[in-house]
Design a protein around this ligand. Structure first.
Ligand code: PLP
Length: 379
């Protein structure tokens, strides 16, 4: 089986990070620590977000460390949403947002995107979706599953709409920006943090983590931050929730976070270069296959391809391809290639499959050979 389904980098965690955790273990850093991170780690994250991302008004108290980006997001929705609050969610979107919003009593309002729009929402879409119940606009750039990202100008235009809406129809509106793929961007594209845009900076919660950029999925490190007094109060709320649920992440990982953020830029760049080379390869190979429509990958490590041109056809094994799910199922059974069907991502997801290129170039070539043969065999 050739897997294009992984949502995690295939590289080992950089050595300095591993060594920092080992040293902390050897030094006995094995006891409880403050629930949402110790002071030096929260300070290091605040410094990173200030210097690299341009977020204003940040100190350690504006940051909370949690058990992975997913946990940070869960905490954020729990602390922001009251029952019935609306969350504007551009779709297709990563699978955990909608269930987490539901668990908080929030109501998802999907903003549908398409291959043609690069799976991105327009400012007009946001403007017309905002209501007095709008509490959160979720943005995820670069995107899982779409592999595309917003330009700085596109984000500034959306920020203008948010600022206007917050001053009129939707005074409680907050932007939740999930920037977990910020370091995996291709072609010299600029990643802009919404939290750095001064007109909305004090209504942005930035979520990030070490899983993707530092190849640390199993370590479970996520964090969130928000600027100024509002941000400090918000982190207190997250601290109250987290102190009654998970408490701190493993204490000996805290120094490793600081090492990752301050000493591993070369390793991160090296992994990004490898993802970029693979993005070119997989795009070239997939463009040769008829009936696949997708925007060029710009960041993260995914291609999200519309395969609906093949719906209605039948595989040599006798399966009628009627959906992304049946396409992916038959591809797995008959060609031994795993991709993720798009149904759970919402929006136009049911027409699409996600291919992760967090795998070797040899595997990309072998997998694309098989996908091409599979598609050619459909009748
Ligand atoms: N956000 C996005 C868009 C993701 O793709 C993921 C993981 O797949 C996460 C957040 C959560 O990452 P983790 O909980 O592994 O840090």
């Amino acid at each position: 089986m050739l897997g294009f389904a992984a949502g995690e980098p295939d590289f080992p965690t950089p050595r300095p990070i591993v060594e920092a955790a080992k040293a902390a273990l050897d030094a006995g850093q094995t006891r409880y620590s403050p629930s949402i991170g110790d002071q030096p780690t929260r300070e290091a994250i605040a410094r990173k977000l200030t210097e690299e991302n341009g977020l204003p008004g940040l100190e350690a108290a504006n940051v909370a460390v949690s058990v992975g980006g997913k946990h940070s997001l869960y905490n954020i929705f729990q602390c922001l949403l009251d029952p019935g609050d609306e969350v504007l969610l551009p779709t297709p979107a990563w699978v955990s947002y909608a269930p987490q919003i539901g668990l908080s009593g929030g109501v998802v309002r999907e903003l549908a995107t398409s291959v043609e729009s690069g799976f991105k929402v327009t400012p007009e879409q946001v403007r017309s979706a905002v209501t007095p119940k709008s509490r959160v606009l979720v943005l995820n750039s670069p995107s899982n599953p779409c592999g595309t990202m917003y330009t700085p100008d596109e984000l500034r235009a959306i920020a203008d709409v948010v600022a206007q809406a917050a001053g009129s129809v939707a005074p409680r509106l907050v932007v939740l920006t999930d920037e977990i793929y910020e370091k995996i961007v291709f072609g010299g594209r600029e990643h802009l943090s919404m939290g750095s845009i001064s007109s909305i900076a004090e209504r942005v919660v930035t979520c990030n983590g070490l899983s993707k950029a530092f190849s640390m999925t199993g370590w479970r490190v996520g964090y969130c931050a928000a600027s100024a007094d509002w941000g400090r109060d918000f982190m207190k709320a997250i601290g109250r929730l987290q102190s009654q649920t998970t408490s701190n992440i493993p204490s000996f990982i805290l120094p490793a976070i600081r090492t990752a953020l301050t000493e591993c830029a070369d390793e991160v760049a090296h992994m990004c270069d490898a993802f970029e080379a693979r993005s070119h390869l997989i795009e070239t190979r997939l463009r040769e296959i008829p009936g696949l429509r997708f925007p060029s990958p710009e960041g993260a490590f995914y291609v999200f391809a519309d395969v609906s041109a093949h719906f209605g056809k039948t595989t040599p094994g006798g399966t009628r391809v009627e959906s992304a799910l049946t396409f992916a199922g038959a591809l797995l059974d008959e060609a031994k290639v795993a991709v993720v069907p798009g149904e759970d991502f919402g929006g136009c997801g049911p027409s699409c499959v996600r291919l992760s290129f967090a795998c070797s170039e040899d595997q990309i070539n072998a997998g694309c050979d098989r996908i091409a043969r599979f598609i050619a065999s459909l009748g």
